[in-house]
Design a protein around this ligand. Structure first.
Ligand SMILES: NC(=O)c1ccc[n+]([C@@H]2O[C@H](COP(=O)([O-])OP(=O)(O)OC[C@H]3O[C@@H](n4cnc5c(N)ncnc54)[C@H](OP(=O)(O)O)[C@@H]3O)[C@@H](O)[C@H]2O)c1
Length: 299
């Protein structure tokens, strides 16, 4: 993909992750056309120089590469394949990149539907959280045709740092599900260790210093541990989204006949988060479920 600024990028879904990613691409000199269901983030990006349109179809008409960063598989299918979706505005030679998290099977199905119209499709989910999106340091795992991946590398470099080609269509999403298995268990580990420390009467600031500097450390401990202690449940990554990811993890484990006891436990605990109507909170809200089970606060 030569001459960065001559490549026109379309961006669909500018929430917590997408807005930062779109803005980083603009900082790299790309011309952006943006669409989102709610209009506020689009207006913000428009004020920074992005073109705003009213449908994914118009995004496709104005772009060489279309990125979507919506929520779940039905959303990806709606914006890519639905009424006034990307497919309706697509022409042969367009490349579409789904960077949200969903299932390998959905990726393969979209790959084939877009492929019938001469459109390349890459499944390219990300990890690194809202912090990685803001700082442009996301890790990106990509499935699809190698040639399309190579062509889009400069675009990926506009939002991420570690960019890994995983193989055929669907392998980016399969990789992401492996990632989410570890993320889920690390989230539980973070909350459990802080609950135990609190029950033992330890100073939680000192506890975090020890946990984050030794063998126990993880991205979750470093980034979410302080939020648990501060009782800050603002979302970087919404609890409902991790539950959605774990649903796909469990589907894949069933298909491949492997036992994933850790992921299954966290999946059930996240069902409780939904029962408390806390799905829009950050994943660190898991601490509150553990507090309820223990009948004590982390303090
Ligand atoms: N946050 C993280 O740390 C993180 C990290 C890695 C991967 N992810 C994945 O990245 C994806 C996006 O996450 P996020 O945290 O950015 O979520 P988010 O803040 O909820 O943003 C999702 C965006 O997509 C739009 N959208 C959703 N469904 C749509 C539809 N059917 N049609 C049109 N627009 C639609 C939403 O519009 P509205 O404003 O109208 O709701 C919203 O702006 C998810 O798949 C998530 O699992 C998130």
């Amino acid at each position: 993909m030569s001459g960065k600024s001559s490549v026109r990028i379309g961006f669909i879904g500018v929430g917590i992750m997408g807005k930062q990613m779109a803005s980083n691409l603009m900082k790299k000199g790309y011309r952006l056309t943006v669409y989102n269901r709610s209009k506020k983030p689009v207006e913000e990006l428009h004020s920074l120089g992005a073109d705003a349109v009213d449908s994914p179809m118009e995004v496709a008409k104005n772009s060489d590469v279309v990125i979507d960063m919506v929520t779940d598989a039905p959303d990806v299918e709606a914006v890519l394949l639905g009424e006034k979706g990307v497919l309706e505005g697509a022409r042969p030679g367009l490349t579409v990149i789904d960077m949200s998290t969903n299932s390998p099977e959905i990726a393969r199905s979209i790959f084939s539907k877009l492929g019938n119209k001469g459109v390349d499709f890459l499944d390219a989910p990300v990890t690194g959280g809202d912090k990685g999106a803001r700082e442009g340091t996301l890790t990106i795992m990509v499935g699809g045709k190698r040639e399309a991946f190579d062509r889009c590398r400069p675009v990926f470099e506009g939002v991420g740092k570690e960019i890994v080609y995983m193989g055929d269509s669907g392998s980016g999403q399969a990789m992401k599900l492996c990632n989410q298995t570890a993320v889920a268990i690390h989230t539980l580990a973070t909350c459990e260790s802080l609950l135990l420390a609190s029950s033992a009467g330890l100073n939680l600031k000192d506890v975090l210093r020890v946990l984050t500097s030794g063998a126990a450390n993880s991205w979750n401990l470093t980034n979410l541990g302080p939020k648990v202690v501060a009782r800050d449940y603002e979302p970087g990554f919404k609890a409902a989204h991790l539950l959605k990811d774990l649903r796909y993890v469990i589907q894949l484990s069933e298909k491949n006949r492997i036992a994933l006891p850790g992921s299954s436990t966290v999946y059930q605990l996240f069902n409780s988060i939904m029962a408390e109507n806390d799905g829009e909170r950050g994943t660190q809200i898991l601490a509150k479920i553990l507090e309820k089970l223990a009948s004590r606060e982390i303090k």
